[in-house]
Write a protein that binds this ligand. Structure first.
Ligand code: SAM
Ligand code: SF4
Length: 329
């Protein structure tokens, strides 16, 4: 049974950031020169992560998603997946990745016990891809997607951050991909975190607007209920399409009432809410040698600290929140 927070939300999902490093510099996430990196000694070691996840699973967490920075730049990531996949009660182990290194790792990750991946991809135009990520190559990500499908890391969901003037002219073309097999897309409203602070505001394209543009081109979107996962996305399907279209709208259609998650940063802080600067330190007691019961109490404290919701709709921005690359999305 999962723990419930003060607003009767069951907490069953932990997002684990395994590194704050990344091989890309997406314009809405990181500045061109990168961000100050967490010193190596402060990053949780794999055996520490395994122990933490074991405790969390013992409290009813049944889904863990590995994220970053870019999780695939951390060496030994396959061994971490092997260790986590062996934890009884962990039903779903997934990863969010920029996909650039997936062609190299997909088979090994699948064999190690990873279930599925979400790949971030904001454009299908190679030149624009380079401009948006500053360092990436579109062909690598598309090859990574294919490798993930071949390895059985399904469903592969594509996460697309939509920004007005940057890639919003592509939403219709991106949605068209769902007429082909194995294309599941999720459109994400840009959030005021990291470099996203510069884009949120005029850059936000409300999900309702994206849906209207897609419907005008391809026909009515039919809601898909309960089929493609719990969480913040609302899912739809185009007429005769195989794949689904999800919409994650932290601002225009916010989903705090259904929030089921905690986040763990790579330096061992539990974040009760993405949009809050609150954090609960797990690393210091862990390294001081506390027992599992104490770690569990720290998790309980973080669950109790979950706020009812964020206040972005009232125009209140959270202060001193870590950049998205340090939280993991
Ligand atoms: N590097 C991996 C990747 O890009 O998939 C994992 C970490 S990344 C921080 C996780 C997700 O956060 C990505 O899908 C990315 O597009 C999204 N993201 C980053 N900055 C954002 C922002 N300001 N607003 C909305 N989504 C953002
Ligand atoms: Fe790196 Fe992911 Fe941020 Fe892009 S969105 S800079 S790939 S962490």
């Amino acid at each position: 049974m999962p723990y419930f927070d003060s607003f009767q939300r069951p907490i069953s999902y932990l997002r684990v950031s395994v590194t704050d490093r990344c091989n890309l510099r997406c314009v809405y996430c990181m500045p061109e020169g990168g961000v100050a990196q967490i010193p190596h000694q402060d990053i949780l070691r794999y055996e520490e992560l395994e122990r933490i996840v074991r405790v969390a699973v013992g409290m009813g967490i049944n889904h863990v998603r590995l994220t970053g920075g870019e999780p695939l730049v951390r060496s030994g990531i396959v061994e971490l997946v092997t260790a986590l996949a062996a934890i009884p009660g962990l039903d779903d182990l997934s990863m969010t990745t920029n996909g650039t290194l997936l062609a190299r790792y997909a088979d090994a990750l699948a064999q190690a016990g990873l279930r599925r991946v979400n790949i971030s991809l904001d454009t299908l135009d190679p030149k624009r891809f380079r401009q948006t990520t500053r360092l990436g190559t579109l062909a690598e990500v598309l090859a990574g997607r294919k490798a993930a499908l071949r390895a059985g890391l399904r469903p592969v969901k594509i996460n697309t951050v939509v920004i007005r003037g940057l890639n919003d002219d592509e939403v219709v073309e991106l949605a068209r991909q769902t007429f082909q097999p194995d294309w599941h897309l999720r459109f994400i409203e840009v959030m005021p975190l990291g470099s996203g602070v510069h884009w949120a505001g005029d850059g936000v394209v409300p999900s309702a607007e994206i849906r209207a543009r897609i419907a005008a081109a391809w026909g009515e979107l039919t809601p898909v209920h309960g089929k493609t996962g719990v969480g913040p996305a609302r899912y739809y399907r185009l007429p005769h399409a195989e794949g689904t279209l999800g919409f994650i709208s932290a601002i225009s259609e916010h989903f705090c009432h259904a929030c089921n998650r905690l986040r763990l940063t790579s330096d061992g802080q539990i974040l009760p809410c993405l949009m809050s600067n609150q954090s609960v330190d797990l690393k210091t007691p862990l390294r001081a040698g506390v027992d599992d019961a104490t770690l569990q109490e720290i998790f309980e404290q973080a669950i109790r600290a979950k706020p009812r919701g964020h206040h972005l709709t009232e125009g209140i921005l959270p202060l001193n929140v870590r950049p998205m690359s340090g939280i993991g999305g």
